[in-house]
Each structure stands twice: as structure tokens, then as C-alpha cells.
Design a protein around this ligand. Structure first.
Ligand SMILES: *[C@@H]1O[C@H](CO)[C@@H](O)[C@H](O)[C@H]1NC(C)=O
Length: 436
């Protein structure tokens, strides 16, 4: 009886996934069917019924660090050479000279909803030596595409500086870290990265820009499966039905669609220390007004720099929960944080500097809802710094807000500290044997 019920749920969830899924996978076969089912189970597993506890944990870390910084004021640089990690994620690894010998230590450094992302921890190091991407069905050994289709956990690094032009979207298997530290790695002028129905992926320290849609065709997505794909959207990083994902220190600009899209009940995601600029659509969390499974989407957006030339979606959220903390927003062209379908937004300690355009002063934008409905969504601003006429339109039933508050909430650093906290956003230049 129970088992039958369970099957029914899977069938149902798969049915809801189908329309969007088939847009990318030209031939939906058993392999993708199984991956989709497993991904839905993973979403259930990693969805946190108490998201505020996760948000508070991150807040406490930020506070601890700020106390330490005050205690050591003036000594920080002297004590640790060049290194001045300015937020608790960076503090975890950046000031260690031996980072290159102990790369996998990074895997324990994430905070927020994506903090459990293990990436390729425990796996072998795979060194990418060849920037080419010429064979979609049988990628050459030593290429990034060959690395990401492997089934075992892998920690992928780069032998030298390289520009990788992806001929088609890069379909990444789970339990992988793409670690750009020690090399200048640009993924540019071609397709972007696709994380579809996978878990445990960390992408760190690379530049991704000028991404365009690609035609699709036969693409190998794992060592034992080649499948026919439809056209890719042209997102820089696309997270599709995936969980436990951490994107850190990425430099992102100019894509055909979004810089980062997380859709189809993706959850347990942290986007941190990224530098985003020069693009219309920055971060989309949830793409469908009817896909209610996105209520389980929980994403932390922390310590990022949303720089000039961005228009909207920093992020834009449907249904889910976004903890947006200590980010620097510089002159968005339409709005910064948007939402549809009653998402929950907790905005803390951000710095919002509006442009001179009188029509782009509002940080927030609620879409496709009546004013009454919009007033019921829980959108909170705490410790945000609003500059040059910027304003945050808060909403939400005060009773419900109490539910989201704990007595021992320790606030994140004030928005006035954000310039320092986000100073090193984007891909870092790291040399082995030296602090990064
Ligand atoms: C704030 O949002 C509510 C709900 O969407 C809307 O009715 C109201 O006009 C907004 N206020 C301002 C000042 O933009």
C-alpha cells in the first residue's frame, strides 16, 4: 500500500517535470527518467524545514569574524602577509599558504543552504591540461568535458591558464569540484555549464562570460550515456533539479539568458563571493509560475558584488526562500530583488546604492500579483544600507514575521561593512605556496 503510494508520487513529480525537462533533453529515455526521480528525492532530503536556523548560523559566523577583526584591528595584515580574508567563508581557507596541497579543505568552507556541498571531496585530483572541446560524444582525456562526465567524485583543477570555448553545454555529473585556483580559467564565447539532476557540485574561482545558446545534438553526459539534447538557453551556470550546490568566487558577465539560473526544485544552494556585471538577467531562482515544487528552493546569496550594468534579478525568486546577506549592489538598472508567486526574502546587511535614474530607486519588485497579495509576501530588510535614494519595500504579515524570528538572532554585519566584506568578490589570483 505504502509502496504504491510512493510510486504514485514519483510518477506525479516526473509528470510535472516533463514539459520543462524535454525542452533540453531531446530524447527522454530511462537514464534521464531515473535521474529526474532521484533528483526529486534529493530535493526532499536537502530541503530544510527550518530555513531560519540556517540563516542564523551564517549570521553568527559573520558576527564571530567581525569580533575577531575588531580584536586584531591593524594586526590582520601584518600577521598574515598579503592575506586579508574579509568574510567567514574566505577566512576558512584563503590565508593558508598550503591551499594548493590541501585543495579539498575548501569543501568544508561553505555557509548557508549550500554548506553541505561536498563537491569532489574524497575523490582524485583531475588536472585539465587541454582547453579544447571538439568531441561532444567522446571527449578527449585531459579536457574539462572529459573530467565532468566521470561518475566518481573528482576534484578538477587546471594545469595552466586557459580559455575554454564550450561547443555545447557542459553537462556535469555529481560529486565534482571545478577549482580554478592557481590558473586563470575563462569559460567564454560558447556554451555554459549545466548541472542537471545532480548533487554535490562546487564551482570555484573561474571566469564565465559571453555565453550563447548552442544548437544541441548528441552530447555525452556521463561515461556510460550519450543523449540527444535540444538547444541550450545560454545561461552561464544553469542549476536544474539539483541540490547541494556551492558557487564561490566566480566572475560572471554577459550571457544570452541568465548568469545563474536555479530551477525545477533545485535546493540547498549557496552563491557567494561572486562578481556579476554587465548583463540584463543576473540570478533567476525558479522559472515557472506553475511549478510549485519550487517552494522547496532554499538559496543563500552572500558576499557577492552586483556591479554596474546589471538590470534585474539579483535575484528574482519564485515560490522559494532566499537569504540575501551582505551583498554589494551598485546601480541596478531596473530592480535588484524581485519575486513572483509569494517567495520569502530575508535581506540582511546589504548595501544598495541606487543609480541616478529616478525609475530605478526601488530595490524590490513584486510581479504578477495584486497589491493586496504582494503585501502578504514575507520580504524583510534588516540592517540594509540604502543609498542615493534606494528604497526597500518590505511586506508580510507581522504575525508571520515573528515565526521567522528567534530570540537569539545575531545580526549579520551591517551594510556599512559590505564594501570590505565583498572586496575580493570574483575569481582570485592564487599562487601555490602563498596565501591566496
Ligand atoms: C510596496 O508594495 C506593495 C505591494 O506590492 C504596493 O502595493 C505598494 O505600492 C508598494 N509601495 C511602494 C512605495 O512602492
Amino acid at each position: 500500500m505504502e509502496l504504491a503510494g510512493l510510486r504514485l508520487i514519483f510518477l506525479f513529480s516526473f509528470a510535472t517535470l516533463m514539459p520543462c525537462l524535454s525542452a533540453h533533453i531531446a530524447e527522454v529515455n530511462e537514464v534521464w527518467r531515473r535521474r529526474a526521480e532521484e533528483a526529486m528525492q534529493t530535493t526532499e532530503q536537502y530541503y530544510d524545514p527550518n530555513p531560519v536556523a540556517v540563516a542564523n548560523h551564517l549570521n553568527m559566523k559573520v558576527q564571530d569574524l567581525s569580533k575577531q577583526a575588531i580584536a586584531k584591528r591593524g594586526l590582520l595584515n601584518a600577521e598574515s602577509g598579503q592575506c586579508a580574508a574579509t568574510n567567514p567563508i574566505d577566512k576558512c581557507w584563503r590565508c593558508k599558504e598550503n591551499w594548493a596541497e590541501d585543495r579539498q579543505a575548501l569543501a568544508g568552507c561553505a555557509l548557508g543552504f549550500g554548506s553541505k556541498a561536498t563537491g569532489g571531496k574524497g575523490g582524485k585530483i583531475y588536472e585539465v591540461t587541454d582547453p579544447s572541446d571538439n568531441d561532444m560524444e567522446n571527449p578527449k582525456v585531459g579536457t574539462l568535458r572529459h573530467a565532468v562526465i566521470q561518475k566518481e567524485p573528482l576534484w578538477i583543477i587546471f594545469a595552466k591558464d586557459m580559455n575554454i570555448k564550450l561547443q555545447q553545454e557542459l553537462i556535469v555529473q555529481g560529486s565534482k569540484t571545478i577549482d580554478g585556483r592557481g590558473a586563470k580559467v575563462h569559460i567564454a564565447n560558447g556554451a555554459g555549464i549545466m548541472l542537471q539532476f545532480v548533487k554535490n557540485v562546487i564551482i570555484h574561482g573561474i571566469h564565465i562570460h559571453n555565453i550563447s545558446p548552442c544548437s544541441g545534438g548528441m552530447i555525452r553526459d556521463s561515461v556510460d550515456h550519450v543523449g540527444k539534447r535540444g538547444q541550450s538557453d545560454g545561461d552561464a551556470v544553469s542549476i536544474f533539479g539539483s541540490s547541494n550546490i556551492w558557487l564561490d568566487h566566480l566572475t560572471l558577465s554577459q550571457a544570452h539568458d541568465g548568469l545563474i539560473d536555479a530551477i525545477q526544485a533545485s535546493t540547498a544552494i549557496t552563491i557567494s563571493n561572486c562578481h556579476l556585471s554587465n548583463h540584463d538577467k543576473a540570478i533567476l531562482l525558479g522559472a515557472s509560475d506553475t511549478f510549485t515544487e519550487d517552494k522547496k528552493m532554499q538559496v543563500t546569496v552572500a558576499f557577492n558584488r552586483f556591479d554596474k550594468g546589471l538590470v534585474q534579478r539579483m535575484p528574482c525568486v519564485r515560490f522559494g526562500f532566499a537569504h540575501v546577506v551582505n551583498n554589494d549592489y551598485n546601480q541596478w538598472e531596473m530592480y535588484a530583488i524581485g519575486g513572483l508567486q509569494g517567495p520569502t526574502i530575508l535581506s540582511q546587511g546589504n548595501r544598495f546604492f541606487a543609480s541616478n535614474n529616478q525609475n530605478a530607486k526601488e530595490v524590490t519588485k513584486r510581479m504578477n500579483c495584486s497589491p493586496e497579495e504582494g503585501k502578504s509576501w514575507i520580504w524583510r530588510s534588516e540592517g540594509d544600507v540604502l543609498l542615493n535614494g534606494a528604497y526597500f519595500n518590505s511586506s508580510g504579515d507581522p504575525k508571520k514575521q515573528i515565526q521567522y524570528q528567534m530570540d537569539d538572532v545575531i545580526k549579520p554585519e551591517s551594510g556599512t561593512e559590505v564594501e570590505r566584506i565583498t572586496k575580493f568578490a570574483g575569481a582570485l589570483v592564487c599562487k601555490p605556496g602563498q596565501e591566496c
